[in-house]
Ligand binder design. Structure first.
Ligand code: SF4
Ligand code: SF4
Length: 635
């Protein structure tokens, strides 16, 4: 009877949990349109880059938060004590390429590279590691996003991806690992290189400690690039020369030679193709304590961890480290940027203002824009931003500024046209709403989208206040103030982009809402919300008024927010007739009018109406070129 082959359920369980987590991130945004999947939310490699950026620049890279940093620190601790647990139990690229390699092996198309070729190929991953950290720390953007096969696939080749790098990485990871055992992991993965450097724990701590001593104790100005170079070089030398871990981790696979029958089943099952059957202790640099060999060995207690029945330990340690990392992240707050402009004495007495719910604080770049903006306010001494909860801390001189001044400086007023005034409308009603949890321009954008889907609301303006005041301009024949209040408090907003539904949750509550006493005359509303489009050309000033005539036409299309730039293009098109010398949009109580001033000796009304109704507009661009555009107007 054929013997049942035991399976390493601890490992399989964790690998499948990770894959299910990724599947959840893929599927949920399709069901819940307000949900945005973050495929890097727990990435320890992103965390290591962000932490390096924090140590070198006092800022975090990209949109990294304490969560990824905690995962990175948990990874290092795990390697020091146990082994490369992330590679073994969690890495989706490792899981996928290992399974791919098994298919290749079944088809007898997978082989192992050995000898000098193996040693030389191992250098590549250290080069990738050096380049990745160098560019991530110097630019505060995660360089790994340009090529990481996992990010490339699950971000759907996002704009951060560099196509040539991505294609190369995918080629090395997918066909590479099909034909060669763990081709990507062994030779090109930068996290594998970083993990191996941590595996040489004493060397890592020695070099890092020496660097810290020289910089911190002796005050030498040595760039972090030297530390990165020294660690990468140490990794290359130790791995290519020795191929063995050194000093760490503390837990290793041990083999009892007395009970071993040299069947070599362990050698065959090892995903890293390590020859286990002739070693008393597996100290190969590639061993990541997966335990597959222990599960496969038919001789009881022959393969163990530290000569004990600890095959449950690595998976348990992986789970404990993840939980510990998450708990640590929940109680730690590392700012994305941390800038100080005040002297130490000023900082000691500084006031601190915290504002959360700022959707525009989403990465390093937007944090820097915020810092540059708020720095211009006299009395601001420093700023910290936290992309995790989209909040900022502003440090200020209490003798110069009050909290309200800072809040006002952070506030960005919005004035947005939502729909054209309807036919026959002569006056516009105005509702004034004070809205809680409504501050950011992004909030105004979401409310604008919701209003757009309801007839009658024409425009929204936000005015600084506590809470922010919002003016809603509407046609009270089509919608009333109660309905507007209900729309503001709806919890969800959905909209379409390129045929796909998007959604977002909003938590706005109306603190108060009232009608403004006086309605606005339509002409006043138009003058308030629209820029007049007017320009003279074709030698306007050379003519006397008695040489000119005018053509006035209804121009309702000029109020359409979907074509806000088009009146300027129409102006350019009309200027092609040398008899037209002035173009002017006029706001009246019957809507927007177009007035063309022209020279009757050169052109006439019929020619102008034909020109205005041409199906395509012939436009002069500012760079001297010409462009043709579909004409949306009918006169
Ligand atoms: S030696 Fe054993 S524990 Fe280490 S990688 Fe190979 S199969 Fe896994
Ligand atoms: S599988 Fe077990 S018995 Fe067979 S060679 Fe490996 S350690 Fe020895």
């Amino acid at each position: 009877m054929a013997k049942t082959v035991k399976k390493n359920y601890y490992r399989i369980l964790l690998q499948w949990l990770v894959l299910l987590g990724i599947a959840y991130l893929v599927v949920r945004p399709r069901i819940d349109k307000a949900y945005t999947a973050d495929f890097e939310a727990y990435c320890p490699f992103g965390g290591l880059q962000a932490f390096s950026s924090f140590l070198a620049n006092n800022s975090l890279a990209c949109s990294m938060t304490t969560t990824q940093i905690s995962m990175g620190l948990a990874l290092i601790l795990g390697i020091f004590v146990f082994s490369k647990l992330f590679c073994s139990y969690l890495c989706p690229i490792g899981t996928f390429t290992e399974w791919l390699g098994r298919v290749g092996k079944k088809l007898k198309m997978n082989f192992v590279i050995t000898g000098i070729t193996d040693r030389i190929l191992r250098v590549f991953k250290y080069a990738v590691l050096f380049i990745t950290f160098y560019y991530s720390v110097t630019s505060s953007e995660l360089f790994c996003k340009t090529f990481d096969p996992y990010y490339v696939v699950f971000s759907g080749f996002s704009s951060d991806v560099v196509l040539s790098y991505a294609i190369m990485a995918l080629f090395l990871a997918i066909p590479g690992s099909f034909f060669v055992r763990q081709f990507w992991c062994k030779y090109f993965c930068p996290l594998s290189a970083a993990s191996n450097i941590f595996t040489y724990g004493y060397i890592f701590l020695g070099i890092t400690g020496l660097y810290a001593l020289l910089v911190l104790a002796f005050g030498l100005n040595i760039s972090w690039i030297w530390l990165l170079g020294a660690l990468s070089l140490a990794g290359v030398l130790l791995e290519t020369v020795k191929l063995k871990s050194w000093g760490m981790p503390w837990f290793r696979i041990t083999r009892n030679a007395d009970t071993c029958t040299s069947c070599t089943l362990c050698d065959k099952v090892c995903p890293m193709a390590i020859k286990i059957s002739d070693k008393p202790v597996v100290d190969h640099i590639d061993c990541h304590l997966c335990g597959d060999c222990i599960t496969r060995c038919p001789e009881k207690d022959t393969l163990q961890i530290n000569r004990k029945r600890l095959n449950w330990l690595p998976a348990t340690a992986t789970a404990v480290l993840i939980v510990a990392g998450l708990v640590f992240a929940a109680f730690t707050d590392i700012p994305t940027i941390n800038q100080r402009w005040g002297s130490p004495e000023q900082m000691e007495n500084a006031g601190v203002y915290r504002q959360s719910g700022l959707a525009s604080i989403k990465c390093f770049g937007s944090s820097m824009s915020f810092a540059n903006h708020i720095k211009e306010l006299k009395g601001v001494l420093g700023v910290e931003t936290y992309v995790g909860d989209r909040s900022v801390k502003v440090f200020y001189d209490k003798s110069v500024l009050k909290e309200d001044d800072i809040r006002r400086a952070i506030f960005t007023p919005v004035s947005s046209v939502i729909a054209s005034p309807g036919d026959g409308i002569k006056t516009v009603s105005v509702a004034e709403a004070a809205i809680d949890k409504f501050f950011d321009p992004n909030d105004a954008m979401l409310l604008g989208i919701r209003f757009e889907q309801n007839k009658g609301i024409m425009a929204v303006q936000t005015v600084f206040g506590e809470p922010v005041h919002t003016l809603v301009y509407f046609d009270n024949n089509l919608i009333n103030i109660d309905k507007i209040g209900k729309l503001i408090e709806e919890k969800r907003v959905t909209w379409m982009v390129d045929g796909e539904t998007r959604a977002a949750e909003t938590g706005f509550t109306v603190a108060s809402i009232k009608m403004k006493e006086n309605k606005l005359a339509l002409s006043d509303y138009l003058a308030l919300m629209y820029e007049p489009v007017e320009m003279s050309f074709n030698g306007f000033e050379e003519y006397n008024p008695d040489q000119l005539d005018s053509l006035d036409l209804d121009f309702p299309g000029a109020a359409d927010p979907a074509f806000s730039d088009m009146p300027w293009y129409l102006l350019s098109h009309v200027s092609n007739d040398k008899g037209v010398v002035r173009f002017q949009s006029i706001f009246t109580n019957s809507g927007i009018k177009l007035r063309l001033i022209y020279v009757p000796a050169l052109t006439n009304k019929n020619k102008l109406i034909t020109l205005l109704n041409q199906p395509e507009l012939d436009i002069h661009m500012s760079d001297g070129t010409r462009q043709v555009m579909k004409n949306p107007y009918k006169f």
